[in-house]
Design a binder for this molecule. Structure first.
Ligand SMILES: N[C@@H](CCC(=O)N[C@@H](CS)C(=O)NCC(=O)O)C(=O)O
Length: 204
């Protein structure tokens, strides 16, 4: 069984949604407070030198970090949750998965911890990271079709990002107005029966 280290509402919720979509059993270890010095942080740092969640551990102790890597591992084990090889949507799955973690996720790392990157321009960094993120979301909105989910009418592991991302900055009201398709997909994912425990625990 996998062990997932996380904190309610944080990025680990993305991986939890994926695990539940796959019906993979997992043990949940709450490391709330991990971004401040203390026991939870030390516990996480022993597994992930970046001190980030999600951090996933195999039963034999191997550790896998990075939400996209976790998605690809689960896609190997649950091929119904990724478009088939040869389907053009498979390429889109790869593209948007990497795009999200390469372009959107780092705007939180910059904006939430500006002191890590600058001593002088924290406010400006936060603003620019937010603007970059909003521009990215608008682009993604312009690319998606009219299906129920990001890649059409079938849910994929990629959709697990949305219920969590719409809870973060720029927050749900912004998504509802500016990227209504993304927001509607997030609601559809959240409504799925198999995800209710995780949705409640993470207050999605
Ligand atoms: N690239 C990583 C990013 C993970 C990440 O930034 N997680 C945040 C929580 S939402 C975190 O742990 N931040 C604490 C920190 O960076 O110190 C992924 O996709 O899993």
């Amino acid at each position: 069984m996998f062990t997932l280290y996380g904190a309610p509402g944080w990025g680990s919720a993305i991986s939890e949604l994926m695990l539940c979509l796959c019906d993979e059993p997992y043990r949940w270890v709450d490391v709330s407070g991990f971004d401040q010095p203390g026991e939870a942080r030390d516990r996480l740092l022993a597994l992930n030198p970046l001190g980030q969640v999600p951090t996933l551990q195999h039963e034999d102790g191997r550790v896998l970090t990075e939400s996209a890597a976790i998605a690809l591992l689960l896609a190997d084990r649950h091929p119904a949750l990724i478009p088939s090889a040869g389907d053009p949507q498979r390429e889109r799955f790869y593209h948007w998965l990497v795009w999200l973690v390469a372009n959107i996720y780092p705007t939180f790392t910059l904006g939430d911890y500006p002191q890590r990157w600058t001593t002088a321009g924290a406010q400006e960094l936060r603003q620019r990271a937010s603007a970059h993120r909003e521009q990215g979301y608008r682009w993604l909105e312009s690319q998606i079709g009219d299906g129920e989910y990001l890649l059409g009418d079938n849910i994929t592991l990629l959709d697990a990002y949305l219920p969590v991302l719409v809870r973060w900055q720029p927050r749900e009201a912004w998504f509802q107005v500016n990227t209504p398709k993304l927001w509607a997909i997030a609601q559809r994912v959240k409504a799925r029966e198999a995800l209710q425990t995780v949705v409640a625990r993470n207050e999605l």
